[in-house]
Design a protein around this ligand. Sequence first.
Ligand SMILES: Nc1nc2c(c(=O)[nH]1)N[C@H]1C(S)=C(S)[C@@H](COP(=O)(O)O)O[C@H]1N2
Ligand SMILES: [Mo]
Length: 434
Amino acid sequence: MIKPNKKQSTTDCSRRNFMLKSSLFMGSGAILLSSLKQQVIAAPKILEVPIWSKSIGNPVLHHSYGLPSNFEHQVIRRKSNPDDAPVEYVPSLDQASRSFTPLADLRGVITPNGLFFERYHGGYPNIDPQKHKLIIHGLVKRNLEITVERLKRYPSINKIYFLECSGNSYSNWGENEGSSVQGIHGLVSCAQWTGVPLSLLFREAGIDLDKAKYVIAEGADAPSMARSIAITRALDDVFVAYAQNGEALRAEQGYPLRLIVPGCEGSINIKWLRRLEVTDTPLFSRNETSKYTDLLGNDMARNASLIMEAKSVIIAPSGGQILPEKGFYEIRGFAWSGRGSITAVDVSTDGGKNWQRANISSDIFPKAITEFTFPWQFTGEKAILISRAIDETGYVQPYTQQLLKSRGHNYGYHNNSMQAWEIETNGRVQNVII
Ligand SMILES: Nc1nc2c(c(=O)[nH]1)N[C@H]1C(S)=C(S)[C@@H](COP(=O)(O)O)O[C@H]1N2
Ligand SMILES: [Mo]
């Protein structure tokens, strides 16, 4: 019996080479050998067996919950611009905080749960789903107290929707503070949510349709984040979600229950949802008066500006990246609209002088991220890449200057203007505002 030689696997390659060489020596003359030897060494270079193929792989026992390859360790949520905070992710969970999705590294329309952006007004509560209940009360015939376990037995839906904080792209309001697509636009993500439509829950509760005008949704976190939603919208496509991309909601995203208000600003998608109150007036809570109301230039305010208008952003190439060489690049980006489906995306590579239609490279779902691509050659000359989204209502994404003109400089939220990336002659990609 031949005993396995432990060393064999690691020295296999050199051993094979040695045997090859010796067999050549045995059968051939020295002159022939030297030319053959060259061939033997030159030809198999591309077929060389990589180091990781030469021994048994890592044990797979510890993967009860899988993680990305350790070579992807740079693909993480960040608190702000990667330039400011290179690698670490340090969420201050006990206070108002946020983290940005690494848009430049994403592919397709779904944001992996571990990379979904976060926004907290007061940290997150660690809720025991056995003890949590959703309360429905107010202008209803029957008050309901629904456990998480019971809610999961209701007829459910699965829907792909984007979620965007209305403060997303805030740093780009004419001031050019950010530099990477993650740091500027990373407060948007997209997931497939599973849950129960409010229309179904309200049918069970029996709402008073003559009097009911609003639903107040309140979270179980310490700030009791609460928002009012018009009853017509609530009965349309709003639902209570308990799952996200095939698994329970992440604690960060509102475990065990959150409200999904498709196409509307992030803050109305109440996380850790504990209460829905049917009322005849809005709540006028802090987060719909002092915050999340948009001050205009003419002393007026835009109240309840809920819908996230059509927007797109090129994620590759994008700010902070360096194109390694001249040649072909696929421009790639994301587009979404709170009013429905993206119907087209245009791309300009000369700062907006000429526009061409981009390819749509994903499925198109209403109120979800859609991916687009555009073939492009980097010739070594300066270029300015811009994308603009067009949605099913015919709305065209505006320039920043256009938005600033109509809204004034007090404005901060809802910046859906076009992002321009300047490619310098050395391949460096910079944020420019046009
Ligand atoms: N209860 C509660 N719900 C909340 C918040 C919060 O702090 N508390 N933040 C809101 C804001 S401002 C946004 S943008 C989204 C962020 O959702 P995410 O953290 O799942 O990305 O949740 C909203 N819902
Ligand atoms: Mo937000």
